[in-house]
Write a protein that binds this ligand. Structure first.
Ligand code: ARG
Length: 461
C-alpha cells in the first residue's frame, strides 16, 4: 500500500475492486519499469540516493521484469490499486526498505502520464510500419492491374471508366495521410511529464531534463499542472485511429460488394472467408465485415475519452484513469484490422476481364463525347445537352454505345463524325485523359514509380 497511515481503516474490498486499474494498466508494465529505472538513475545523479541504493533498486526492478515474464509474479488487483503500486510493493518484498526511496520526488500522476506516452510512441511506430506494409501490398496489386478496367462510381452509379490501379492508388493516398496523422500524434506524445510530481513539481532538486533524455523523449514539460492533466495526446492518437479505421471500413465495404455474385469482380481467399452453418454453398467475407463493424468501437473510444475530459477541472482527477482502455482498445482494433486487411488484399483474386465486355457500350463514356464536342468549339452546356439527347434516343431504342452508328449520331447533331465515334472506344478512353491525377495509364505508371521509390526510402530509413 502506498498510502494509509492517515486512515483508520483499510480500503473496502469492493472499493478496491471497483477502483483498481491493474487489470488494464498491467499493459504498461514495461514502460513503468523503464520510468522507474530512469527516475532512480536521476535520483542518484542529484545525490538523493547513493550508488548502492540505485543499484539495489535497479536490480530489484530487473528481477520484477523477469518474474513477470516467466509468470512467477502475478500482481494482484485485490491488493493493488494499479501497476505502479504493485511494482513498488513487490520491490519492498525483494529489496526491503530501500524500495521506499523509489518514489522520491515523483507521483503516480506524472508517472502514469509518462508511461502512457512511452507506450503510445511505440504503438504508433508499430502502426506506421503496418501502414507501410499495407501500402506496399496495394502497390503490388496495382502493378498488375493498370489495364484492368472497371467502372468508377459516384452515387454508386457508373460515372466514368477507371482502372483498378487508379482505384487502389486512391487508398494508398488515404493511408499516406493516415501516416501523417499518426506522425503528428507521435509528436504530441513525445513530451516527458516526469518530474511534474502530483501537480506542482518538487522542492527537491529533481532533473526532468535528465529523465526525459534517458527515456528518449524529444522534450519535457514546461508547466507541471498541464503536464499531469494533459490527455490531448490521447485524443490525437484515438482520432488518428478513428480516421484510419474509417478508411479501412471503406475498402472493406468495397471488397464486400465486389465479392458478391452481382459484382463478381474479386474472390476473397478461402483463408479469409467463412461459411454458413446452415447454407452449405455460402462463402462470407466476415473479416471485411468485422473491420467495417469495428469502426463503431473505435469511434466509441473517441467519444469516451473526449467525454471524460469535457469540463474536467485541473489538474489530476481519478477520471483520467479511464484514458487507458480506449487507448488500448483503439490500438488493438485498428492494427489488427490493418494487418488482416493487408492479408486479404495480398491473397485476393481479381477477375481482370470482368468489365471488359460489359462496359464497351456503357453510357459512362458520355462525358468523353461531351469533351469531344467542346473541342469542336461547342459550349459545355450545349455539348452536355446534345449528348443527353443521344443517350435518351439510345435508351428508348434499347441500344447502347456499342451499337450506335454514325448516321444515328448525325441525326442527333450533324457535327458528329468518325473521330467522335472513336471517343466511344473503351480501351482508348483512359489514354485520352490529360489532366493531372487522372487514370491515364502513363500517369498511373509514373505514380506507381513515385510510390515505389517513396516506400523503398521508408524501408531504408
Ligand atoms: N491508476 C491511476 C491512473 O491510472 C494512477 C494515478 C493515480 N493517482 C492518484 N493520485 N490516485 O490514473
Amino acid at each position: 500500500m502506498l498510502w494509509g497511515s492517515r486512515f483508520k481503516t483499510k480500503l473496502n474490498g469492493s472499493a478496491m475492486e471497483f477502483s483498481s486499474s491493474l487489470p488494464v494498466d498491467i499493459n504498461l508494465i514495461e514502460e513503468d519499469l523503464l520510468v522507474n529505472k530512469a527516475h532512480t538513475e536521476m535520483l542518484e545523479q542529484i545525490g538523493i540516493i547513493s550508488h548502492d541504493e540505485m543499484k539495489s533498486i535497479i536490480n530489484g526492478l530487473k528481477t520484477i521484469h523477469k518474474e513477470f515474464e516467466d509468470g512467477s509474479w502475478k500482481p494482484n488487483a485485490e491488493k493493488y490499486e494499479d501497476i505502479h503500486s504493485a511494482i513498488e510493493g513487490r520491490l519492498f518484498e525483494l529489496i526491503g526498505d530501500t524500495a521506499g526511496k523509489l518514489h522520491t520526488g515523483k507521483s503516480r500522476n506524472d508517472q502514469v502520464a509518462t508511461d502512457l506516452r512511452l507506450w503510445l510512441k511505440k504503438a504508433i511506430g508499430d502502426i506506421i510500419s503496418s501502414l507501410n506494409n499495407f501500402q506496399n501490398t496495394l502497390i503490388d496489386l496495382s502493378e498488375n492491374n493498370i489495364k484492368t478496367i472497371m467502372p468508377g462510381y459516384t452515387h454508386l452509379q457508373r460515372a466514368q471508366p477507371v482502372s483498378l490501379t487508379f482505384h487502389l492508388l486512391a487508398y494508398v493516398e488515404m493511408l499516406e495521410r493516415d501516416k501523417k496523422r499518426f506522425d503528428f500524434a507521435f509528436k504530441q506524445a513525445d513530451v516527458s511529464p516526469l518530474g511534474a510530481g502530483s501537480i506542482a513539481g518538487s522542492t527537491l532538486p529533481i532533473d526532468p531534463e535528465f529523465t526525459s533524455w534517458k527515456l528518449g523523449f524529444e522534450k519535457y514539460f514546461s508547466n507541471a499542472m498541464d503536464a499531469i492533466s494533459d490527455r490531448d495526446f490521447v485524443i490525437d492518437f484515438i482520432n488518428s485511429c478513428v480516421v484510419g479505421q474509417v478508411h479501412l471500413s471503406r475498402l472493406s465495404e468495397e471488397l464486400i460488394l465486389w465479392s458478391t455474385a452481382e459484382w463478381k469482380f474479386v474472390k476473397i481467399s478461402d483463408e479469409y472467408s467463412t461459411g454458413s452453418s446452415l447454407m452449405p454453398q455460402k462463402k462470407n467475407p466476415d473479416m471485411a465485415e468485422l473491420i467495417r463493424g469495428r469502426s463503431g468501437k473505435v469511434l466509441g473510444n473517441y467519444v469516451n475519452i473526449v467525454s471524460v475530459l469535457k469540463a474536467l477541472p485541473l489538474s489530476y482527477n481519478r477520471d483520467l484513469q479511464e484514458d487507458k482502455e480506449p487507448v488500448f482498445s483503439s490500438f488493438t482494433t485498428y492494427i489488427n484490422s490493418l494487418n488482416i486487411l493487408n492479408k486479404i488484399i495480398a491473397t485476393i483474386e481479381i477477375n481482370k476481364e470482368r468489365f471488359t465486355n460489359e462496359l464497351k457500350g456503357d453510357y459512362f463514356l458520355s462525358t468523353d463525347l461531351v469533351d469531344w464536342l467542346v473541342l469542336q468549339g461547342i459550349s459545355f452546356r450545349e455539348s452536355h445537352r446534345i449528348v443527353g439527347e443521344l443517350v435518351k434516343y439510345l435508351e428508348s431504342s434499347e441500344k447502347d454505345f456499342s451499337k450506335l452508328t454514325l448516321d444515328e449520331m448525325k441525326k442527333i447533331n450533324p457535327i458528329f463524325n468518325e473521330e467522335a465515334l472513336e471517343y466511344l472506344n473503351l480501351e482508348k478512353s483512359l489514354g485520352r485523359k490529360q489532366s493531372q491525377g487522372s487514370p491515364n495509364p502513363e500517369m498511373i505508371k509514373d505514380q506507381l514509380k513515385k510510390w515505389k521509390s517513396k516506400l523503398i526510402e521508408v524501408v531504408k530509413s
